[in-house]
Design a protein around this ligand. Sequence first.
Ligand code: SAM
Length: 286
Amino acid sequence: MNCLETRITDDGSQTFYSQEFGETFHTKYGAKAEAEITYVQGCRLADKIKQQNHLKIIDVCYGLGYNTAAALDCILKINPQYQVEIFALELDETVPRQALEHNLLNHWSSNIIQLLSELCNYKQVNTPQLKLSLWIDDARQSMSKLATKNFQADAIFLDPFSPPKCPQLWTVEFFSLLSQCLNRDGIIATYSCSAAIRSAFLEVGLSIGNNFSIGRRSPGTLATFESKYLSPLSQKQLEHLQTRGGIPFRDPDLTSISETIKQRREEEQSLSNLEFTSKWKKRWFS
Ligand SMILES: C[S@@+](CC[C@H](N)C(=O)[O-])C[C@H]1O[C@@H](n2cnc3c(N)ncnc32)[C@H](O)[C@@H]1O
């Protein structure tokens, strides 16, 4: 088993560091805060709970389970009888197990810890109001299955490692699967504000806006079919999308390894007539 190191973040909650990806699993400004602000607030779960009687959520890259924990916390506080269905997608089943073994979920109630332990052990939880499933596989495979089932989510939490480290979950083709599984009022939330991923959302027909920010981090991204929920991008951000940095990652058959996906993008960038991102930076930052 790949034994993960723990790291403390600014709000007192802990996260893991991945040697394999060379990144922590959450922002240093607060792991719990990130789950609550970027994902639960970003997807407007509290409003949705008041407006509809059932929520469907996809948690892409479940990891330690913080985003699902924060969603359950929000839902159960507003209405303990509320009906919710969550598909949690994760490649490495040792991650949620190690989070539970290190007691990292202790910031949430014992009820939520109990539910997530059951989810980790049995890969599903079924109560009259909760239907939770943990699918251990490459998220590209899992999303293809959800699209085949015609699952329509109200909220999608998109939380892979960063685009340079895990480009396979930030491609136009993967986002196309996300959009197929998003209902007309649904919201995709992520922490990333990279121009490449923002362009990928636009290419699959979604509208984009700024997500809430945490600490001194730039705001992440929200993507929806309905732009009424979105706070629009600034002129600077819009111009960034028109540079070579805005060329998205591509993975035509959803099976490429990360090096191939990065190389494909570099080739597309080298043939592009778009402005160099360094020129855009000079215009806006000097
Ligand atoms: C940034 S962490 C997610 C943190 C998580 N949302 C949380 O709240 O703890 C990224 C996660 O993506 C998982 N992962 C990496 N590649 C994946 C893939 N191809 N499919 C699904 N999950 C993947 C990693 O094992 C890791 O748990």
